[in-house]
Design a protein around this ligand. Structure first.
Ligand code: FES
Length: 95
């Protein structure tokens, strides 16, 4: 049986990366990835908190419909799954 390497198992050193800041921490993202995908890949699945009960809130649809992933990106509230991660951008969770 032939084994197929998962994308994450391939040589990641050749993948272009960008660095941005999320809630004060530096996060590395693959070039072309959305902010939400980059944060999930970095082990940060909680993108914000529920305004009703304060529980962690993560991405749900990843296609811009549910608005579960809204964050403040460079000072503007936007769905993180619809914004491409770019070098130097500042991302903040909403309370
Ligand atoms: S995860 Fe649904 S809009 Fe981003």
């Amino acid at each position: 049986m032939r084994r197929i390497a998962a994308p994450a198992a391939r040589n990641l050193s050749k993948v272009a990366r960008v660095m941005f800041t999320a809630d004060g921490d530096e996060v590395a993202a693959r070039a072309g990835a959305s902010v939400a995908a980059a944060l999930i890949a970095a082990g940060r699945p909680a993108l914000g908190r529920s305004p009703r009960d304060g529980r962690p809130r993560g991405a749900f649809c990843l296609m811009g419909v549910c608005q579960q992933c809204v964050m403040r990106i460079d000072g503007v509230r936007r769905p993180a799954c619809m914004v491409e991660a770019r070098a130097g951008m500042v991302v903040e969770s909403l309370a």
